[in-house]
Ligand binder design. Sequence first.
Ligand SMILES: *Cc1c(COP(=O)(O)O)cnc(C)c1O
Length: 389
Amino acid sequence: MKLPEHISPEQWLRAKAIADSRETPCLVIDLDNIRQKYTQLEQGFDYARVFYAVKANPADEVIALLAQLGSNFDIASTYELDKVMKHGVDPSRMSFGNTIKKARDIRYFHDKGVRLYATDSEADLRNIAAQAPGSKVYIRVLTEGSEGADWPLSRKFGCNPEMAVELAVLARDLGLVPWGLSFHVGSQQRDIDVWDGAIAKVKVIFERLQAEYGIGLKMINMGGGFPASYLHKANEFAVYVQEITRFLKEDFGDDVPEIILEPGRSLVGDAGILVSEVVLISRKSATALERWVFTDVGKFNGLIETLDEAIKYPLASERDDDPAAEFEEVILAGPTCDSVDIMYESYRYKLPLSLEMGDRLYWFSTGAYTTSYSSVEFNGFPPLKYYVV
Ligand SMILES: *Cc1c(COP(=O)(O)O)cnc(C)c1O
């Protein structure tokens, strides 16, 4: 089968060996691929600490592997915390990175030993001071211009620079340690220059806090945003490393603070191959030019990031190999009774005319935001199953 460039024949054979005997839909996660991505990240950003964003893929096997490789963890809820604690990870390797949290959940994190918290509002900061006294906090700054991101994360999180200054001062006054600033340029960010603007903005806040309040921040958390390999091409990871490192040097010279990264997608995305089956092929009229191909995976059991056709996964069928295959445009839709459950209608994938019901379709780079975004039983369809190789 014609594999996307980033899938090695070995990864494909390992995945297929597992998937062939299983019911679809299922996701096969390749731990070796995650190990390679982690090593690449660690070697590229050798000055940074990695906090894996657990939400991207919370599989126990993934957490165990990353824990063993020395990763830290960015955690968003008490449930994620319990899950990561189960693997024996020390709380000093965790942050509570969600800016939206209940006071009692902050207490829970504090009781478990977590001492690093994100915030972007006064009310949350006061909760942290009350429930997790003395902890380190970092303030999330709004970044505009996440246009280059295929899955934006702005607007909902972060505060403007003026407020970031005020919160850092308040943190100190409340007995917390104003430790640093964070931003997230948007997930699957293909425009590397967005980091330049974000780092420059952070630099201004660092300087103001030092000059006006004598507060010396120590850390920048640059979030995630690094790409997985989808149809819409992104730069090589090495280019991200080179450019972002240059931006940091330009702004901070020899005085670059501690750097934290919170990758999710780029660590686990390419490790996943989602295997599905064609349920139905139909045309809406005798003369319709395009076929509708309905698969047993859809928006509600793994492919929610096809909302607005934001993420376009590489897709293949075994009939692609047939030298006589003719390819024709299709509309791809999921199996449920909801008309939202159409993955791709504007963007037209081309699949072989010989495709038949019961054939398998392989969705590549599906290791991030698939299992964790899958509904519990919409129309009775179970959550997406996964297997690990
Ligand atoms: C989702 C999230 C991440 C991970 O982002 P990716 O683009 O998947 O790498 C990192 N940090 C925070 C705070 C997040 O919410």
